[in-house]
Design a binder for this molecule. Sequence first.
Ligand code: PGA
Length: 272
Amino acid sequence: MKTHTRQKFVVGNWKMHTTALEAEKLARGVIDGLGVADDLTIILCPPFPYLALVGGVLEGSRVALGAQNMYPEAEGAFTGEVSPTMLLDLGCRYVILGHSERRHKLGESDHFTNQKVVCAVAAELDVILCVGETLKQRQAKQTEAVLDRQLSTGLAGVAGEALSRLSIAYEPVWAIGNEEHHASPQQAHDAHLLIRRQLSRICGETWAQKLPVQYGGSVQPENASAFLSQPGVDGVLIGGASLKAEEFLAIIHAAIAEPLANSRRSKVLDVA
Ligand code: PGA
């Protein structure tokens, strides 16, 4: 079987944090400390109001700009919402969709998430689609069913080359921003394997091997290598630790140190 080297990500999701001044300082801190970052895809996702500001700081650097959400229409009477056209206008290349905070705190459905995915891809934005189970669902042994539902509904209507705009982020809800419950690297590994099996059924084996699957949930400089060295983990989506330049940079350096594990991983998975 053919082997694929998947894109490797380190993504900073700033959520609803920072002032304008802090956002500018943080983005500059990341760029200044970056050095040579190999083939790593590094993305900063500031809050909407600072996209232009942070985009200006990132200009000419190897760090891409991403948004944390969008509304699935190009324009219209949708008070308070932000369209893919606007994101592109502000220099975004990526958008995070289906984050658990949107699903669980704002009540967004799999179907609505799917509308966003379809619209973003059509607008030529690259999508990071987040999936993950709650603690209750994990304890009730529903993880597989939840991931399957989020992936099959989330990706409905996205096929062929449109899939090249996609990466998946596995974020167990119980491990996000959580001091008490951390997922173990083994749990991340197992869930990533499961996701790739489901992707194979949904999109076919070739795309399942091509699509990067990132891990997110309390990733810190201290544990980043343990996650990044797991076969099938193609990067990390960072919340809290992306708000301090030195911590985010430490995670980037951990990801740079993993290329060998990555190429071994691709081969191992492809013959599995
Ligand atoms: P965390 O957030 O790193 O603070 O757990 C991750 C995320 O929600 O994307």
